[in-house]
Write a protein that binds this ligand. Sequence first.
Ligand SMILES: NC(=O)c1ccc[n+]([C@@H]2O[C@H](COP(=O)([O-])OP(=O)(O)OC[C@H]3O[C@@H](n4cnc5c(N)ncnc54)[C@H](OP(=O)(O)O)[C@@H]3O)[C@@H](O)[C@H]2O)c1
Length: 250
Amino acid sequence: MSNTSRNALVLGASGGLGQAVVAKFLTDPKIDNVIAVSRNPQTEDLSAQWISNSRLIWIEIEDYTEQAMAEVVAQLDDYKGRLCRVAICHGLLHTDHIWPEKRMEDIDGAAMQEIFHANVVVPATWLKLLQKVIAGKLQCRIAVFSARVGSTGDNRLGGWYAYRASKAALNSMLKSFSIEYGRRAKNVKIMAFHPGTTDTDLSKPFQASVPKEQLFAPAFVAEQLVTIMDGLEMDGQLSFLDWNNKPIAW
Ligand SMILES: NC(=O)c1ccc[n+]([C@@H]2O[C@H](COP(=O)([O-])OP(=O)(O)OC[C@H]3O[C@@H](n4cnc5c(N)ncnc54)[C@H](OP(=O)(O)O)[C@@H]3O)[C@@H](O)[C@H]2O)c1
């Protein structure tokens, strides 16, 4: 690993947006290697461009336990001080046994824990473990996928209790991380990012009510994200921005 290389890390890389972000980073001439981490192998769904791309390092993780995550981070030792972009793409809204709550009676503690684990615990654990890899001189911009529904100020409809609260909790965690990174690794900037409604498995069951022009392709959102990340000011503050680079109320 050259000591001037610039590399990108994508966590939760097999989702609709994660894949698109990996693809976008691979076309970025400012980035040497893209490291992708996922529970899933690199699949045939990925375009030939990716599969043949020798700049892509795909790391499979069995599950998102802290121990497994720490083992992945240990594999990143060669990239110490050489990560310039990190995208944390984890997100859970529904599964075969979890559905977003329409009313308070739908709240279920076990489902809430599962959602909080994916949406809060996993991103926070990555940010804790990655500190020693990221800290250094190279400017490192981190985007964590949040959601506008995590905005308390913007909550006009209610419902989706666990998902909303998990994204609000994620944003609160990111604020604390940005303060501590600001003290311990001034080369880091963190952004909570709202992609807009994007055509992925996560939004599939809810797309019927979304006007066509408001349902984005993952590649479009990845393009927006990369442009926004490039322009982020290294001010040590947490930003909460949407796909159009517009700030969102907390
Ligand atoms: N799509 C939208 O309309 C939309 C709107 C607002 C916000 N977002 C946010 O955008 C981000 C990406 O979502 P997406 O649309 O790309 O969804 P997706 O296609 O369903 O991908 C979800 C990602 O989350 C990870 N994940 C799923 N279950 C998990 C679990 N139990 N524990 C840890 N990680 C888990 C997966 O990682 P593996 O690679 O390991 O499977 C996968 O990469 C999420 O944070 C989501 O909340 C999406």
